[in-house]
Design a protein. Structure first.
Length: 202
């Protein structure tokens, strides 16, 4: 699917006069990998060159090969392109940033889960990916997948979180308490209330 470039998320730090339409991912408001490779990292001049890079199998997101040009590059994902790694982060102006890193796999936010027959739990991630696990994972937690191992970072009191939206987007704070849909976050000498859906454990 494509949208007019003027109406895609303002978090995408891309030129808005160069193109009329832009590919968007199917499940999220995050940047598709084609935009990252072509418009941000400038590793390709056009979509055809991006598809050639993807078809070579040299692009990975959180250690998984990606060939779909519309696959989302979500916040805190680790992208491997050739022999370099990049991390998707959020600036204090609320814009997505791509920077080089040495990390292997990034945090993925849990947005839903479902109990299946046999006691297995299906966990739904912000990227649109689903995984099966027997670990205790809650909605709002973050996970890091390393091979067959899953590391869980719980959304709970004392957790460090990244604020995803509002005037404090891009700041990292500590959870002081959680009540219903609201989390009280402490950062830079102040306490603020933020919707749980607008924070991510890091």
């Amino acid at each position: 699917m494509h949208k007019k470039i003027q109406i895609v998320s303002k978090k995408w730090a891309i030129p808005r006069k160069k193109r009329t339409y832009l590919a968007v991912p199917n499940h999220t408001n995050d940047m598709p990998i084609v935009v990252v490779i072509r418009d941000i990292l400038k590793l390709a001049d056009n979509r055809k060159e991006v598809k050639k890079i993807l078809n070579s199998g040299s692009v990975l997101i959180n250690e998984r090969i990606v060939r779909d040009e519309k696959h989302p590059a979500c916040l805190l994902d680790i992208l491997t392109i050739g022999d370099k790694k990049y991390k998707v982060s959020l600036s204090k102006k609320g814009k997505f940033e791509i920077s080089e890193t040495k990390e292997a796999a990034g945090h993925e936010k849990v947005i839903g889960k479902k109990l299946l027959k046999g006691g297995k739990i299906q966990v739904n991630l912000a990227s649109g990916r689903n995984i099966l696990t027997d670990k205790k994972i809650g909605v709002g937690d973050s996970i890091i997948i390393k091979g067959k191992n899953i590391e869980v970072s719980k959304l709970e009191k004392g957790a460090n979180v990244l604020i995803l939206g509002g005037k404090h987007a891009g700041h990292v704070g500590k959870v002081k308490e959680i009540e219903g849909k609201i989390a009280r976050i402490s950062f830079e000498g102040q306490d603020i209330n933020v919707l749980k859906k607008l924070i991510m454990v890091v």
